[in-house]
Design a protein around this ligand. Sequence first.
Ligand SMILES: [Zn+2]
Length: 446
Amino acid sequence: MLQRALALATGAGSLALAAALLAQPGPAPAGAVVLIGGRVIDGGGGPPLERAVLLVLDGRIRAVGQVGDVPIPDGVARVDVSGKTIIPGLITAHAHLNDGDPAQPLRDQLLAQLRTYAAFGVTTVHTLGDGRSAAHRAHAPRLPYPWQVAEESVRVRDEQADGDLVDRARLFPSGPNVVGATAAEAREGVDQIAELGVDVIKTRLDDRPEDMTPAVYRALIDQAHRRGLRVAAHAVTLEDASGLAEAGVDAVVHSVRDRDVDAALIAALASRDVGYVPTLTRTLSLFLYATTPAFFGDPFFLRGGDAYRAEMERIRDPELQARVRGGDQAAAARKVLAQAQRNLKLLAGGGVTIGMGTDSGTQLGRWQGYFEHVELELMVEAGLTPLQALVAATGNAARVMGLRELGTLEPGNHADFVVLDANPLVDIRNTRRIDSVWIAGRRLAE
Ligand SMILES: [Zn+2]
């Protein structure tokens, strides 16, 4: 498999050359390839580079520049991408992997979901809330093994450190949500989850009476920071988002949806560089399935293949659609989405770092991979420029989650990128015009 992927990305002749270029002991190079003549959008917000050269060696980006400015070593495999656009691989800062079919080994289930994301050009998945914490388990008895998802996710993450990714997205897991009834309990919860080896602590305030008090979540955030971990918080009200920002949270990973954000919150988030991840498609999914959505016939959506099929069948059920149409939730969700989009525009305008996330993988019709593209569209509908939306889904998503060497197309970073047949700065829906997906410098098999 590895040999095949290498041959695909490099041509056999360039391997020896790549090794010579490295001229140092170490793992065999995962590919030496140069993409020539396309437009490069770097993911950091800079203007696109036209007629660009992107040189990839050993799974990393070695050089980016204009044709003529970047020396191309002889023998490197050349890919002509004239007329195409290269963007960094998309990063979803708030997603979920779930434990679907218990007949399959959990590891295989996780890898299959990461392959689905990759097929859509989502090359990095940051989960936030793997399974449920003990406190949430009573509300979610359908999840049989909350800890195993986190433990297996950590193992899957560790395997990608050596760059030997063949056909799946990178994974950074959070473990289960941490909440506590008291400060001591919150600190103990952080310690337990930190022991799993996760990348971030996820906590949750849900505008409910049983939510943690500010004293409790302050202790939680303090304990996570003592352990060297960032904290991402589910929060949905202005009061909670403001309190969390004051308490030093690192990211707010749902939208403020009860009212307009105010100047104080905007200033607090912007001045402390607290990331904000709107997850608009989560709300969309609450009213979208009143009828069978048109995208069920879209070949791009159908990249989801077998992974989507069971949920598509459930959504086609007329009884389910009638329940969505008749329920109060749909009308409320439409209002929530409008409020969330309004707040996104206000926050982005105020200089807050926006990251893209979806909550994909949690509940019915939150499509892993496809919804990341719908999220981009909703962000632009809210008033972001296509470039702002793209940066949210690449460079800023990495920054919000503290991911290094990912998110931007610059020398030294992992060579994770997507080649598009059309320019997404003209129409954000062009992120769906995927020519090819590359992870660690290797082209994903179709
Ligand atoms: Zn979530």
